[in-house]
Design a protein around this ligand. Sequence first.
Ligand code: UDP
Length: 327
Amino acid sequence: MARKRILITGAAGFLGSHLCDRFIKEDFQVIGMDNLITGDLRNIEHLFKLENFEFYNHDVSKFVYVAGNLDYILHFASPASPIDYLKIPIQTLKVGSLGIHNLLGLARSKKSRLLIASTSEVYGDPTVNPQPEEYWGNVNPVGPRGVYDEAKRFQEAITMAYHTFHGLETRIVRIFNTYGPRMRLNDGRVLPAFIGQALRGEDLTIFGDGSQTRSFCYVDDLVEGIYRLLFSDYVQPMNIGNPDEITIKEFCEEIIKLTGAKQKVVYNELPTDDPKQRRPDIIKAKAILGWEPKVNRAEGLKITYEYFKSLSEHEIKHKDFTYYNNK
Ligand code: UDP
């Protein structure tokens, strides 16, 4: 029987590359697409030798053409860290609006099932904790995160409209903070920031007083949740994340213990609109997908630390953002 064919956008990114691995493992024909603004081919270079993997260097904000049939599309192309939103705000908006429009058109013409990567950022700076899917959020459309948050909210809206109006098969996953190997060491997110600082012998930077909370999910758990959602019948948005909530200050202490860092912790200004609390309500994922996270933070952090340590000294030291120059 011919292999099922799946298009994965953002294939060279952190989550996209792990999804490519998973669908290759499940014997799909995987068509990866990425414009490499924030993605890195090294994340998928081990796949190029495989006959069931193809890759296209393409910006999905422009018309997307894929030859042949297509059973599934996963839209994971997007900048996804607060530093990215500041550096490339227009691309962030375009991939979540023009990009998804192109992919919806492609899905219609190929009769594919489309799953989109949404985010806990649709809840903004939430006033309820944990956040259930029914919560509508508290988003500042014109703040620094607005380009991401509103693009993702629009993406959910247009995806749902194609589902209800055109009967397209769609799935929406709301992804909470996720970590693991292949995160960019210089993407500004808190985990690579702390580990990078520990490895370079720099002071660790807590933003604000560190009382804000996050809930970190190991990437393998996330991929399993997405896999189950894709093959479920559930069309409403679904939270996938780890509800084990921790303050950033406690998280910093865990990283210091893990890395044995001797340098001091400094407190910097809290970025604008930085959410004070974030924790997924995963009642739906548990009931509908039979899913819950399996990897605890101690295990996940150890694997992730080993990954960062295995990078070259140049990569660990290299902190600028030259990859944006290719656009
Ligand atoms: N943060 C921090 N120090 C850093 C980087 C981030 O204290 O060097 C904080 C940031 O202000 C936020 C939390 O860590 O409260 C998580 O930030 P991240 O950029 O990872 O993603 P977010 O969850 O805010 O989208």
